[in-house]
Design a binder for this molecule. Structure first.
Ligand code: HEC
Ligand code: HEC
Length: 289
């Protein structure tokens, strides 16, 4: 039952005018600082809605008085970034490999580009991190090189490949000593024993000594007297303990008997800039010279 609004004698607060069974309801308003903050946020929202894109309409939306668009800003940022990238690519195209390697900015971009191209074109044979694979696919991440580990050696290898039909391809062939009847089985066994001794794994000193003579006569022209190989011919260093085709005696004998000829395609269809980035990337895998 409504009664009149009055001041409550106990609390000193105004009543609302409601009363039930003699109990009167007090009117305790929110603190004024709270109320004004509340109105201020509403006013702020109204201003923002006016200034910025806000209310959707059937066709389009309220674009705001200052015409701001986050989307346009992103597009502009992207255009600027693309321009900067294009400029960097252009510099990579004209810079020498050594300059790219020295310039941190070009190096970073080349490394990223090289890594992407490597995953696409090379990882199938050389492994995702260039760690190589069994059966003649060399690791590109160690410092043992068949054909050379300088930036320009690597670039040449990538561009023209190895033992393919391209005129500029790297070429060489180890004779098939067994198949062509140049060496007997016993001589092949001896020379394999000598090759084992080059990485201190020979178990038959007499055989290895006989093998040394076979090696001196048939192998040094490519692998050198001490077995350290020849990069002009892609003849591997036989003293490192790192093997393309296996370093156990049976594998070595098979290599001497029938020879191997690993081949890698020429990458002439890749553009010169990608080849450059690949060379920089491979060089940086760990063994670059
Ligand atoms: C079809 C398999 C195959 C593909 C694909 C391939 N390679 Fe090779 N690559 C080889 C083989 C096999 C050799 C070793 C050839 C030899 O015995 O001399 C080699 C050798 C190399 C060498 C020389 C290593 C050294 O020790 O001198 C480099 C550098 C190289 N590859 C880089 C690349 C890059 C970069 C790509 C991608 C653009 C690539 N390869 C794609 C098979 C491949
Ligand atoms: C005309 C040059 C030439 C001559 C001569 C030659 N080699 Fe080779 N040898 C090579 C080349 C090139 C390779 C690498 C083949 C490849 O990469 O597929 C090789 C590879 C090998 C390998 C494999 C190494 C590995 O990492 O798996 C062995 C072992 C080897 N030669 C031993 C010999 C022995 C022993 C003789 C002498 C009986 C000999 N070679 C004579 C050129 C030669």
């Amino acid at each position: 039952m409504p009664t009149k609004i009055e001041k409550d004698a106990v609390s000193g607060t105004m009543t609302t005018g409601h009363e039930w069974d003699g109990v009167k309801e007090l009117n305790t308003p929110l603190p004024s600082w709270w109320v004004y903050t509340f109105y201020a946020t509403i006013a702020w929202a109204a201003v923002i809605m006016l200034l910025y894109p806000s209310v959707p309409a059937l066709s389009g939306y309220w674009k705001g008085l200052i015409g701001y668009s986050a989307r346009e800003e992103v597009m502009q940022d992207m255009a600027t970034a693309r321009q900067a990238r294009a400029a960097t690519f252009q510099r990579i195209e004209t810079a020498s490999l050594a300059d790219i390697r020295r310039n941190p900015e070009l190096f970073t971009v080349a490394l990223a580009g090289g890594k992407a191209a490597f995953g696409e074109n090379c990882a199938a044979c050389h492994g995702a991190g260039g760690q190589g694979a069994k059966g003649g696919f060399p690791s590109l991440a160690d410092d043992t090189w068949l054909w050379g580990g300088s930036l320009s050696d690597i670039q040449q290898t990538i561009q023209y490949g190895i033992r393919n039909t391209h005129a500029e391809s790297r070429q060489s062939a180890m004779p098939k000593f067994g198949i062509d009847g140049v060496l007997t089985n016993a001589q092949i066994s001896d020379v394999a024993e000598f090759v084992l001794s080059l990485s201190r794994r020979s178990t038959d000193a007499a055989s290895a000594t006989r093998g040394a003579a076979v090696f001196a006569e048939n192998c040094v022209s490519c692998h050198q007297e001490n077995g350290t190989g020849n990069r002009e011919l892609g003849a591997p260093n036989l003293t490192t303990g790192i093997w393309l085709y296996g370093g156990d005696k049976a594998s070595i004998m098979e290599t001497v008997r029938a020879s191997r000829s690993g081949n890698m395609p020429a990458w002439v269809e890749l553009d010169p800039m990608t080849i450059k980035m690949l060379a920089v990337y491979v060089h940086a895998l760990g063994g670059g010279e």
